[in-house]
Design a protein around this ligand. Structure first.
Ligand code: LLP
Length: 432
């Protein structure tokens, strides 16, 4: 009945999450409310870390792609598991550093870093900066020279691999705003050019083909193209390659019918492809990285809402309005993303009513999920949306001047506030 093992129901007929009663949590912290199962986050970090070390070698490392979920406490949690972090903006970097994250384990991304971003990242001593264009590499080189350091850099490649996922989350194609394409010859040229720039040390390559991918074959294809590129650059007198980062992208289950990805097996498969390339020669001396975001946190998240109205329209599917919506979860509006929805306070009752679950924003597209089944909703019911740990809080907005909900972390049968809910005062903080 329940999509993940951390969801259940208790003797009162209430939905439980990470062993806690969700109705009690809604009463204690209010709704909308983001919940995060810390144990599951830690478990996923460990699966990735062990698999990377076992299959790719001791120096290899997963980095948490923190665009999926960024606030101070999450960096403390993943940092304490010994994995690195991928940050994509100075704000994510600032948050990670505030949490005490080891900067040498931070990889700074982004397809357009400003001079100020670059100066901040270099000054912060981030382990790696990933770049994919000449202008930025030149600015980075000048800044590193100015600061008197040698900054380690990865070149982001566009491998020309179709990840067969939603068009808005595909990133590995030649026609993309990300990466320098291998196919056109531009990657080879930029690599040789960057290797000659002062202040930076080009030590390897990165690529990321897309997100929510359940099948390993596009990753194998990506790995082959990257390793071919490494071999070619070695022949052409390119830089010494010591790091390859394959990006993130392994998928999660949003619906009961979605495949459960075996992350360990996927990494083993990827490692086999990499390690056998060129008779095992190409991988020699290289440390490997991956950057999972969604698969670390999505299934560890749940959002609770309170029902305000159940609106029936003869001949159509009824609408159930809740006290959140696209401002705390824009993913249906953006990608028509599927989610599994539960009744939290009536988890034992028959789900006899088909309804669209919608938010409170002044926007017809403010839909959380269409065609869900619930016990006939009534005002005051608590509804739970599962699998919201990734790209919900991190993509939340203040549209309609809604306050962003709090984030509560659950572990050992206890709940602790990790992010306070915003207040009206927060909304006007920067208004003059
Ligand atoms: N590394 C890089 C360079 C990335 O661009 C991304 C995601 C990741 C790693 C992590 O990918 P993951 O393991 O989470 O699939 N907002 C969209 C997802 C955008 C993903 C962007 N990049 C969504 O809500 O589905």
């Amino acid at each position: 009945m329940f999509i993940y093992g951390n969801i259940g129901k208790n003797s009162e007929g209430h939905l439980t999450f990470a062993g806690l009663d969700t109705v009690d949590l809604a009463a204690e912290f209010g709704t909308p409310l983001y919940l995060l199962d810390e144990d599951l986050v830690r478990e996923r970090c460990r699966i990735y870390l062990r698999a990377m070390r076992e299959f790719f070698g001791e120096g290899s490392l997963p980095l948490f792609a923190s665009k999926a979920l960024s606030f101070t406490e999450i960096y403390r949690i993943v940092g304490s598991e010994g994995i690195g972090a991928d940050v994509v903006s100075p704000g994510e970097l600032y948050t990670a550093l505030r949490a005490g994250f080891d900067p040498s384990l931070i990889c700074f991304h982004g397809n357009n870093k400003t001079d100020a971003d670059i100066a901040y990242a270099v000054r912060s001593k981030v382990g790696l900066i990933v770049s994919d264009c000449r202008e930025e590499l030149e600015a980075l080189s000048a800044e590193a020279v100015r600061q008197g350091v040698r900054q380690k850099v990865l070149l982001r490649l566009s491998p020309g691999v179709d990840a067969h996922t939603h068009a808005k989350i595909t990133t590995g194609l030649t026609d993309s705003k990300f990466g320098v394409p291998i196919e056109t010859g531009a990657a080879g040229e930029l690599c040789l050019y960057a290797a000659g720039l002062p202040g930076i040390e080009l030590i390897g390559f990165h690529s990321h083909i897309g997100s929510q991918i359940a099948d390993v074959s596009p990753f194998r294809e990506e790995a082959i193209r990257l390793m071919d590129f490494v071999a070619r650059m070695r022949k052409e007198g390119g830089p010494e390659v010591s790091v390859i980062n394959f990006g993130g992208g392994l998928g999660v289950r949003y619906l009961p019918g979605d495949p459960a990805v075996d992350y360990r097996a996927a990494l083993r498969d990827l490692a086999e492809t990499v390690m056998s390339h060129g008779g095992g020669q190409t991988a020699k001396g290289i440390r490997f990285m991956v950057e999972p975001g969604r698969s670390i946190v999505a299934e560890a998240g749940m959002t609770l809402y309170t029902v305000g109205s159940f609106r029936e329209i003869p001949g159509f599917t009824p609408y159930t309005s809740v006290d959140g919506g696209m401002a705390d979860n824009p993913r249906y509006a953006l990608y028509e993303s599927p989610y599994t929805v539960y009744s939290a306070n009536r988890a034992s009752e028959a789900c006899d009513t088909l309804t669209h679950l919608v938010g409170r924003c002044c926007e017809s597209g403010d839909i959380i999920q269409k065609n869900v089944r619930l016990p006939r909703p009534k005002r005051g019911d608590t509804v739970a949306v599962a699998g919201t740990g990734a790209y919900n809080y991190s993509m939340a907005s203040n549209y309609n001047r809604l306050t962003r909900p709090p984030v509560v972390i659950l572990t050992d049968g206890r709940a602790r506030l990790a992010v306070r809910g915003e207040t009206f005062e927060d909304l006007v903080r920067n208004d003059i």
